[in-house]
Design a protein around this ligand. Structure first.
Ligand code: HT7
Ligand code: ZN
Length: 872
């Protein structure tokens, strides 16, 4: 497969002002007619006599130019597109193609999900629908007419505003949708099916009355209320926080069961994985409720950050994704607990993005090249991209940052632009040069800050020396220094924040300071420091970096107890737990500091503290994250050490854990608010520790929680804990759960996942058995993620079994899946690409499987790119 480079970007030679599309949907085939109004782009830097259009898997029926059929010698069709020879400077091109949505298992372009027709066009799916300039910098006005059987497809949707439906004689009907906003083809959408909708409305500050509709299959109509409420909150928040209001008369969301990702922000017609729409207390967990709120908001926020202003090319993907993730994170923080949200986001970034940065697929937030763009919808582009936006907010402060976004919306509305354009708005609004800052977009890797602190009692100064270094990543052996906002505080001996006065300041400043690190080595001298302080570093995780500071255990416990920054309290607990766990990996007999158990005890007894934050503090680092901290991952050692520490804490703190379990019961009607979610999470965390004790009374408590069945959070936690153990009741409970929920695919996804993540030694055999379960389908991405993905990423000790059975299992599934859905296959194969982190025997086993995949004939470009890069 060939590689596309950012440096080769050229503006399009042609523009398309208007597109008209006609879809004739049918059970065996679909016909698509298109009429494109094309003209040469005055800004083009090259001029060829021919027009080159993208198009894949299209059967050409007819082609005409300015009303005249194009003779066979006048065009050339190949696997990737159509060249029309010797075209004028301005013309109308009409074509008709035949496509086969029923056979489209890749879920890209037009496909069928159950009885529905739906589309997924980002990034390059529109070219599977008709010939087009399928690139984001070609923005056009779309008019779409859909014709289909009325009984099977009573609802026909596309972007924009609808005309009246026309009844046709043969039991079919037709509707036309007109989208007044120019858009790139990746935002095109079409849905047809037998759907029901809930409807609401929202009035924007300028007085526009917007109809809001959520379409689902009839049996799900009672599970849409949370999604609708989330949408309304998101609309109000974007008006308030960013001054952005919605711009069409109708906003539609459709939930489908077969979807490669979470959701898609098509203009006025979002298409969602049903997982991020449907919820009821009986079927969805707290995490599901939160996920729905955040994905609904994310897609809505794209209307401005992505749709009104889009990307010039796919290398700029983070322009819309990083910014929109930042916006959805801030929204969720405002809707729930800000401190907990920050911890969750950082946990995810450290677990997945830091790992990506340290592996063979490391790439900058703005990549330089790709073989398959679908492989670059990554945690680096999304989550690190969001951190890069957050750092600009940290450097500018809230007012100038808002000035920067206002400027961005004003300057670039209706255009396709670059991350440089975004940063320039920030630089202009903040009146500062952000040239060095832009390295965050172009350099891959996680910078490391090595910090030392020296207290001079005589001078009453405290000097922080900060050194930055960024490890090499593929293709980038040397890095230039980054501009890093480092938020610091200093705690005195009683744990109180000191007012910070840097050398040269006339007055004492605030208690948290945003230091700007721009050099390889820098010193900051704090004056009038009365006692030797304990520094609190990277408060609020002000930059996506690793910090190395030689804290003693006592200092970490001190920060855990006193730091005024909630994130830093959690971080100190994690650092200490990690240190203890890694010692236990090395030596199972090493002593766990009594102070650590005591700190946990105090935390459990602290009835004043926020239960949700407490649950975060008391959660031990994950096995995979611990592995990332070792020179060579010790799979079994890590699992053993973590189990050992959990059991020790459970037996030492049994009384306190039982009290927390008892005191945090949430009674009354289920509500997914921050308080109730926090209490459930603390209570279930306590149950998790207690279940380590192999104590029958506690197992009975767990079974009782399962049977009480008040809400899915409690039910699924109890069932997962039971599935980890060889308890006689487990098989019966698992079967009962299946029978209860056999008609609800989203609930069954949880059932598959909890079995895939079971600690039991025979889990792989059970997972293999579940592949043949009637409720499993390898063609459905949610099922693939919930069974295969959950086993390979959520069960390290079983996936990395020393005999290599887990690796063979994954590669067999990847090869099977690649025939159907390359995008999802490529996501799965990533789980084996960090093979260099393991011992030589496992390395060989993984390499063998990767090579087997690479040398299988017909492997997709998606999988080829990931596997070949991982073996380089
Ligand atoms: N912008 C959307 C990305 C997306 C996607 C990309 C590739 C293949 C399938 C896809 N489905 C959705 C989702 C988002 O970030 O909002
Ligand atoms: Zn997005």
């Amino acid at each position: 497969p060939s590689t596309v480079y950012l440096k080769d970007y050229l503006p399009p030679e042609f523009l398309i002002d208007q597109v008209m599309l006609w879809f004739d949907l049918d059970e065996t085939e679909t016909r698509v007619r298109s009429r494109l109004e094309l003209r040469r782009n005055p800004a083009a830097q090259s001029r060829s006599p021919d027009l080159r259009l993208h198009g894949e898997q299209l059967e050409l029926i007819s082609l005409s130019l300015d009303g005249q059929p194009v003779a066979p010698a006048g065009y050339l069709q190949d696997d990737e597109g159509l060249t029309v020879r010797q075209v004028p400077d301005q013309f109308v091109l009409e074509s008709e193609v035949r496509i086969l949505p029923q056979q489209n298992t890749a879920l890209e372009g037009l496909y069928k999900s159950g009885g529905l027709f739906c589309t997924q066009c980002e990034a390059e799916g529109f070219r599977k629908i008709t010939w087009y300039l399928d690139r984001p910098d070609v923005m056009s006005r779309f008019t779409t007419t859909i014709c289909a059987d009325k009984q099977r497809y009573p609802v026909l949707l596309s972007n924009g505003n609808p005309s009246d439906t026309v009844e046709l004689e043969d039991g079919r009907h037709r509707i036309t949708w007109t989208d007044p906003f120019p858009k790139p083809a990746y935002l095109f959408a079409l849905v047809a099916g037998d759907l029901r909708a809930i409807e609401d409305s929202h009035t924007t500050p300028s007085g526009r009355e917007v109809t809001l509709r959520i379409y689902v299959e009839p049996e799900n109509i009672d599970k849409c209320d949370h999604a609708m409420a989330s949408l309304k909150r998101a609309m109000a928040w974007d008006e308030q926080q960013y001054g952005r209001e919605y711009d069409l008369d109708i906003y539609m969301i459709v939930a489908v069961n077969d979807f490669n990702m979470g959701a898609m922000e098509n203009k006025g017609l979002n298409i969602f994985n049903s997982k991020f729409v449907l919820a009821s207390p009986a079927t969805a967990t707290d995490r599901d409720f939160q996920g729905i709120e955040s994905v609904i908001a994310h897609e809505y926020f794209h209307n401005w950050t992505g749709n009104r202003i889009t990307c010039r090319d796919w290398f700029q993907l983070s322009l819309k994704e990083g910014l929109t993730v930042f916006r959805d994170q801030e929204f969720s923080a405002d809707m729930g607990s800000r401190g907990v949200k920050r911890i969750e986001d950082v946990r995810l970034l450290r677990a997945h993005q830091f790992a990506e940065d340290a592996g063979p697929m490391a790439h900058p937030v703005r990549p330089d090249s790709y073989m398959e763009i679908n492989n670059f919808y990554t945690v680096t582009v999304y989550e690190k991209g969001a951190e890069v936006v957050r750092m600009q907010a940290n450097l500018l402060g809230p007012e100038a940052f808002r000035g920067g976004t206002d400027l961005y919306f004003e300057r670039f509305d209706g255009q396709a632009v670059t991350t440089d354009d975004f940063v320039q708005c920030m630089a202009d609004a903040g009146q500062r040069d952000l040239g060095q800052f832009k390295r965050w977009y172009s350099q891959a890797g996680t910078p490391e800050l090595t910090i030392q602190g020296v207290y001079d009692a005589a001078q009453q100064t405290y000097t922080l020396t900060v050194e930055q270094h960024c490890p090499a990543t593929p293709g980038q052996p040397d890095k230039e220094p980054f501009l890093i906002p480092l938020a610091v505080g200093l705690l005195d001996d009683r744990g109180t924040d000191l007012a910070l006065r840097l050398a040269g300041d006339s007055d004492p400043g605030p208690t948290t300071r945003m230091l700007e690190i721009s050099e390889p080595r820098q010193q900051f001298v704090f004056e009038q420091v009365p006692v030797a302080p304990v520094p609190s570093l990277l408060r609020g995780f002000s930059a996506p970096v690793k910090v190395r500071f030689d804290y003693s255990n006592e200092q970490l416990m001190f920060l855990m107890a006193h730091d005024s920054d909630g994130f830093s309290r959690w971080d100190a607990a994690q650092t200490l737990a990690q240190r203890i766990l890694l010692q236990l990996v090395d030596d199972p007999d090493s002593l766990v500091p009594e102070g650590f158990v005591q700190a946990f005890r105090q935390a459990l007894q602290d009835s004043a503290s926020d239960p949700a934050l407490l649950a975060e503090v008391l959660t031990l680092p994950a096995e995979s994250y611990l592995g990332d901290q070792m020179a060579e991952v010790d799979v079994e050692g890590i699992h053993r050490a973590r189990e050992q520490l959990k059991t020790l804490l459970a037996s030492e703190l049994k009384t306190e854990l039982l009290a927390v379990y008892r005191d945090n019961e949430v009674t009354g009607e289920y509500r997914p608010d921050a308080d109730a979610i926090g209490r459930r999470s603390l209570r279930n965390l306590a149950l998790g520790y207690l279940m380590q004790l192999e104590d029958q009374a506690i197992q009975a408590l767990c079974i009782a929680q399962y049977r009480a069945g008040n809400n899915m959070t409690d039910v699924i936690t109890a069932l997962s804990l039971l599935a980890d153990r060889d308890i006689p009741e487990t098989a019966e409970l698992l079967e009962g759960f299946y029978q209860q929920w056999r008609d609800d695919p989203l609930v069954l996804d949880k059932w598959f996942s909890l079995q895939a993540m079971s600690k039991r030694p025979d889990t792989l055999e059970r997972v293999k058995g579940l592949l043949d379960h009637p409720a499993f389908s390898i063609a459905n991405p949610n099922k693939v993620r919930s069974l295969i993905g959950a086993f390979c990423s959520g069960n390290p000790v079983r996936f990395h079994a020393a005999d290599g059975a887990g690796y063979r299992f994954l590669s067999d599934r990847v090869l099977e899946l690649d025939q159907l859905n390359p995008q999802v296959a490529a996501r799965m194969v990533r789980l084996m690409t960090r093979w260099q982190r393991y011992d030589p025997a496992r390395q060989r086993l993984m390499q063998t499987q990767l090579e087997r995949i690479l040398h299988t004939s017909g492997v997709s470009r998606d999988v080829y790119e990931i596997v070949s890069k991982s073996l380089e």
